[in-house]
Design a protein around this ligand. Structure first.
Ligand code: BTN
Length: 228
């Protein structure tokens, strides 16, 4: 087991920002964030009783991006009794509603994994997706226990990845994947692509089969499920 140093702050700007100055294998969580960061330059709203934590890891020698799959798999396993789904690349949904967002950043020799779980409250406004919190599903857990469980599962998944490689993680991840084999639309900065979600490459890119039977590999974007 990794010996994580746990730090708790009452308030900070963003745990990801604070994490960048901390030693590896620190998990820093906060009750409030004044400048919570989301994916693709968005904001992440904090909420009472929610888990906002950043993990500091040594930057892997290669393919740091694949950790997005390792951590989302670990969170999904932690919430397994709620039959979670993972929406590429790393949103955790329950009943089609987002309960957890993950933001990876690299800085010099560190990889920062920021995790936000709606435990007891939901963001109030302007979300692109439907959202929910664990309390809505009568999953009563403290942020502390949730964090401990996520760290335990993450350790397990990382060891498995180091031993077996991404191929095996990808298979497990796909078992949780939302919309696999179904029509999706992917919002990119300047266009929206429609097609069938066929899987994930060795590098974690989403494979989209377009109407003219091309296989596109998408490395960043927002996925929306379409009615089939
Ligand atoms: C997303 O947009 O889905 C990613 C959200 C990530 C939020 C977490 S909360 C803890 C950590 N600190 C931040 O500022 N962001 C991440």
């Amino acid at each position: 087991m990794t010996n994580w140093t746990l730090i708790r702050k009452t308030r900070c700007t963003s745990t990801n920002d604070v994490a960048k100055k901390l030693p590896v294998y620190t998990a820093i969580s906060a009750c409030n964030q004044t400048k919570g960061l989301g994916r693709i330059g968005r904001k992440w709203e904090d909420g009472k009783g929610n888990l906002m934590v950043s993990l500091v890891l040594p930057k892997p020698k290669k393919d740091a991006y694949l950790y997005t799959f390792l951590i989302s798999l670990a969170v999904a396993k932690t919430l397994e009794e709620l039959t979670p789904k993972i929406k590429w690349p790393n949103d955790i949904l329950i009943d089609g509603k987002k309960v957890c967002g993950i933001l990876l950043e690299t800085v010099q020799d560190k990889l920062i994994i920021g995790i936000g779980v709606n435990v007891r409250s939901c963001p109030s406004n302007g979300m692109m997706y439907p959202v929910a919190c664990l309390k809505d599903y009568h999953f009563n857990i403290t942020y502390k226990v949730l964090l401990k469980n996520i760290l335990q599962n993450f350790d397990f998944v990382v060891k498995y990845y180091q031993k077996k490689g991404f191929k095996f993680i990808r298979q497990e991840w796909l078992n949780f994947a939302c919309g696999l084999g179904k029509p999706i639309s992917v919002n990119l900065p300047h266009e929206t692509l429609n097609g069938i979600f066929k899987g994930v490459t060795n590098m974690g890119a989403l494979i989209l089969q377009t109407q003219d039977n091309k296989m596109l590999e998408i490395t960043a974007g927002d996925v929306f499920l379409m009615k089939d």
